[in-house]
Design a protein around this ligand. Structure first.
Ligand code: ADP
Length: 199
């Protein structure tokens, strides 16, 4: 297992994926909870079967994979559905992420949590990617073409900005352009190489 793990979190549209991609370009292995959450509901997996049993055939697309848009609607319409799904998927997601970090050969690993969860015991350090709510909404609008009401609903379901910032060992302020983001990630990378070396 790579012996040093840096977590990344941040609200929807804060730039987590963009930051993770930059670390990947620098040769660092990224274990991504979003990707893990897709892998553990592939057809035939335990979580897939449990979701099918609860929501029935409408939760499937014609090719038998999960209709994620339908599932998302169910989750945001009904809090108990969200809690049920979180409980079902938590352990398989964590196992998937651990497996990825365990086989990572890079000097340190990145663990990207999408849901805005707090610091996990798997992490030695945590980055919070932070943007103002206005920037957040405009970037998600442009990326996903969602309406503002849905974006605000998703934001409200995530931890608030102050709580998230209180978990940070390092904050990446991402209201600026991609050039300055790239430089910030590069500087942090140099720092993490030193930390991982001495850990
Ligand atoms: P998250 O993974 O946190 O939801 P993303 O990394 O997908 O966020 O970023 C949200 C959107 O904003 C994407 O379309 C991304 O390309 C864009 N983006 C991220 N950082 C910047 C930046 N510094 N300048 C301009 N656009 C950015």
């Amino acid at each position: 297992m790579t012996h040093y793990v840096v977590g990344i979190t941040g609200g929807i549209g804060s730039g987590k994926s963009t930051v993770a991609e930059r670390f990947e370009k620098l040769g660092i292995v990224v274990a991504d909870a979003d990707q893990a959450s897709r892998e553990i509901v592939e057809p035939g997996q335990d979580a897939y079967l449990a979701i099918l049993e609860k929501f029935g055939n409408p939760v499937l697309l014609e090719d038998g994979t999960l209709n994620r848009a339908y599932l998302r609607q169910k989750i945001f319409a009904e809090k108990t559905n969200r809690l049920w799904l979180e409980k079902l998927t938590h352990l398989p997601i964590m196992q998937n992420l651990k497996d990825k970090l365990q086989s990572a050969k890079s000097a340190y690993g990145i663990l990207m949590l999408s849901t805005g969860a707090g610091k996990s015991p798997l992490m030695d350090r945590m980055i919070v990617v932070d943007v103002t709510p206005d920037v957040q909404i405009s970037r998600v609008k442009e990326r996903d073409h969602n309406d503002e009401a849905l974006i605000r609903k998703i934001m409200a379901s995530q931890p608030n900005r102050e709580d998230r910032l209180s978990w940070a060992d390092d904050v990446i302020e991402n209201n600026g352009d991609l050039v300055s983001l790239k430089q910030t990630v590069y500087d942090l990378h140099q720092y993490y190489l030193r930390l991982a070396n001495h850990a």
